[in-house]
Design a protein around this ligand. Structure first.
Ligand code: C2E
Ligand code: MG
Ligand code: MG
Length: 663
């Protein structure tokens, strides 16, 4: 998974979680403010209800005193009854204006003077200590409080009538306070010690509502919390799935990219290693895919056991593993890698496992892990060019890669636009030193990059298969040119074209070549085909078949670069070739000149005995020409005589002043 994808998933997850959390917070805020509102109402209601209750009860006592003052017994009975019945009335005293007790209905047998002076009947006793008529003065309060119970909005009026609220609070805080009220009989006042408050129905209802709301808040909170926890667990499971490699059960590439980026961000002192088990497909073919996957799992587990907690391992794809290891000197790192490889090998001595390793250093904390993986992967692909199976990445590899990309982007267009141009390098006869043949060599005249030598693009085309198109194009151009000269009555010389190894995958290669040349009706003897040495490694029988067919069609076939790399004398024995081109390397370097000359001499005489023609390539000096003349070499191709020339220059040289002698 790319980092972009990863970030996208993260964003989606965050997006999914965020509205949930926001909605929970909002719902809970709304519910909690509701609960607070109802709570405040309930408390206020409790205060005011108690107050109202006390006033109403005290007022009832005053009424009784007004009604029954004349009848002492009835008064006594009535007051005792109200004391018993009312939960608000504690003890009633009838006092004069100086607080002397006239009559007491004291069921508690308290010392009135003492108690009353301690509590001081604030309620309904004015500033001067005169009893008040509560019914008139308290009317406002009663109305406000009753309204409050009916209409909650009156909470505001209650809140602003601070004195009512204060009184209400006082009523609750000192529930056994005193009320001192006037009766209708002058000089007879009532002092009542109130009892503990009794909460009203409204208050109970509000408390119930409050409880319900709190319960709802709690349950929605818990329910939502549970949902979030499940959601997080689910996410964890999904993450685990996303970051687990299905083959090894360990970390996968996505995990590695994510985790390695975090490690590197903290500390760039790391190296990134890519380790490839070579010939994995071969292993699966021999033992089965299941065995192959088991092997990968074992290797993963071994690798995981060979690294420390600050390092990382992951299975990338196929038989590739990635490691993020602590950095050290190059030697120490190679030592460690070798010991890891040894441990992997030692654990499976009956299986011959071959590994390739690409190493890339982390340079900065901002290094991109995917780029590092690409780089270490690139280093692995260079293994074939290195004797060691551990290859360090260097920037030139990247430059090559970039170059390859440019070339591949432009090649098709270049072919259409005829940017590939035929250059002809003359081959001179050794004895007479006359132009007797030529080799067609491609040059790319790029509109932006200018003149590009084949060494810069032929290997790329050989890898990506485009060489098939290019070689066909070259053959076509050469045949066209030969036909043109033929029509002009010029005496043709054989021109060789290079045929890459990839062509030999075609069973009808000979017919294919024939059809291209025949389109211009050029006699086949004027077209020669140079096979590179690498072609001789492939299917020998197919190659032999094609060479035979080409010869039957009358084409000349040569072996290019003989002596370079791994050419074998066997090829000379097995293939009925017409020409051998001695590689330029024979003639380079002064150190072993004698030995080279010896080999060249013997190869020439061997080829002669096999009836083959010899061309020496890369000849640059007079001495070389003289030596080759002595050795009976047939033709010489090299800068000594001519470099590869554009067609018009070649034409000038071949058909200009000096005509080619008749063969
Ligand atoms: P090659 O087929 O062995 O071509 C000979 C190379 O040696 C040419 O390099 C030529 O310019 C160079 N050469 C000739 N004489 C001398 C000399 O005296 N000194 C030095 N230093 N070099 C000399 P060039 O043109 O760069 O081509 C390189 C290779 O690219 C060719 O090696 C051939 O393998 C490949 N190539 C070129 N054109 C084509 C093509 O159209 N198709 C294919 N398949 N390969 C081609
Ligand atoms: Mg060649
Ligand atoms: Mg050559």
């Amino acid at each position: 998974m790319s980092l972009k994808k990863e970030q996208k998933i993260k964003r989606l997850r965050r997006k999914a979680l965020l509205p949930r959390v926001i909605s929970i917070i909002l719902v809970d805020i709304i519910l909690a403010s509701g609960a607070v509102f109802f709570g405040v109402l309930a408390v206020l209601s409790m205060f005011t209800d108690t107050l109202v209750h006390h006033y109403k009860s005290c007022n009832a006592v005053v009424q009784i005193v007004n009604d029954y003052l004349a009848d002492e017994d009835a008064l006594f009975d009535k007051i005792i009854e109200i004391e018993k019945r009312s939960d608000a009335i504690g003890t009633v005293y009838l006092v004069d204006d100086d607080f002397n007790v006239i009559n007491s209905f004291d069921n508690e047998k308290i010392d009135f003077k003492k108690e009353f002076s301690i509590f001081e009947a604030k309620r309904n006793l004015d500033k001067n200590g005169i009893f008040r008529n509560e019914v008139e003065e308290f009317e406002d309060i009663l109305i406000a409080v009753e309204n409050l119970n009916i209409n909650f909005l009156n909470i505001y009026s209650l809140l602003f009538k601070k004195e009512i609220l204060d009184e209400a609070i006082e009523s609750v805080r000192s529930p056994t306070g005193w009320f001192a009220l006037k009766t209708e009989n002058g000089g007879v006042n009532v002092c009542i010690k109130t009892a503990y408050p009794v909460y009203s129905t409204t208050y109970n209802m509000l408390a119930l509502i409050e409880l319900c709301i709190v319960a709802v808040i709690l349950s929605t909170g818990i329910y939502e919390l549970k949902k979030i926890i499940f959601y997080i667990i689910e996410q964890r499971k999904v993450s685990k799935l996303v970051y687990t490699d299905i083959v090894t059960g360990g970390n996968n590439k996505e995990f590695f990219i994510k985790k390695a980026a975090k490690h590197i961000k903290k500390n760039q002192n790391y190296i990134l290693i890519q380790l490839r088990l070579e010939k994995y497909r071969n292993y699966c073919t021999a033992y089965g895919v299941k065995e192959g996957e088991d092997l990968l799992e074992d290797l993963y587990n071994d690798l995981a056991s060979l690294i420390n907690s600050k390092e990382l391992v992951a299975h990338l794809e196929k038989a590739d593993f990635a490691l993020l290891l602590n950095s050290d000197t190059d030697e120490k790192i190679e030592e460690r890698v070798n010991s890891i490889l040894k441990a992997l090998g030692d654990a499976r001595q009956n299986q011959h496992l071959l590994f390739s390793v690409g190493i890339c250093r982390v340079e900065t904390r901002r290094d991109d892990v995917e780029n590092l993986l690409t780089s270490s992967g690139l280093a692995i692909t260079k293994r074939s060019e290195s004797a060691n199976n551990i290859v360090w990445f260097d920037t030139s590899m990247k430059e090559e890669q970039v170059w390859e990309r440019h070339i591949e982007d432009d090649m098709e267009k270049a072919l259409e636009n005829h940017e590939f141009t035929v250059y002809l390098q003359p081959k001179y006869s050794t004895k007479e030193e006359v132009l007797s043949a030529a080799e067609a060599l491609v040059r790319w005249i790029h509109p932006e990059l200018g003149f590009i030598n084949p060494g810069k693009f032929i290997p790329i085309f050989e890898r990506n298969g485009f060489i098939l198109k290019l070689d066909d194009y070259m053959l076509d151009e050469v045949a066209k040119q030969q036909a043109k000269w033929m029509q002009q009555g010029k005496k043709l010389v054989p021109i060789s074209v290079n045929v890459s190894r990839a062509h030999f995958a075609r069973y009808d290669l000979a017919e294919h070549i024939c059809s291209i040349v025949d389109a211009y009706q050029v006699p086949h003897e004027y077209i020669e085909l140079e096979l590179t040495e690498s072609a001789f490694f492939d299917d020998k029988s197919a190659l032999l078949e094609t060479v035979k067919q080409l010869k039957n069609f009358g084409f000349k076939v040569s072996m290019d670069d003989f002596g370079a790399g791994y050419s074998s004398l066997n090829s000379l024995k097995e293939l009925p070739l017409d020409i051998i081109k001695l590689d330029a390397e024979f003639f380079r370097g002064a150190d072993d000149l004698e030995r080279s000359n010896l080999i060249v001499g013997d190869t020439i005489s061997l080829a002669k005995k096999l009836g083959m023609q010899i061309v020496a390539e890369g000849i640059e000096t007079r001495e070389q020409v003289d030596f080759l003349a002595k050795q009976n070499c047939d033709l010489i191709q090299g800068f000594y005589f001519a470099k590869p020339l554009p067609i018009n220059e070649f034409e000038e040289r071949a058909y200009g002043k000096t005509e080619i002698p008749q063969a």
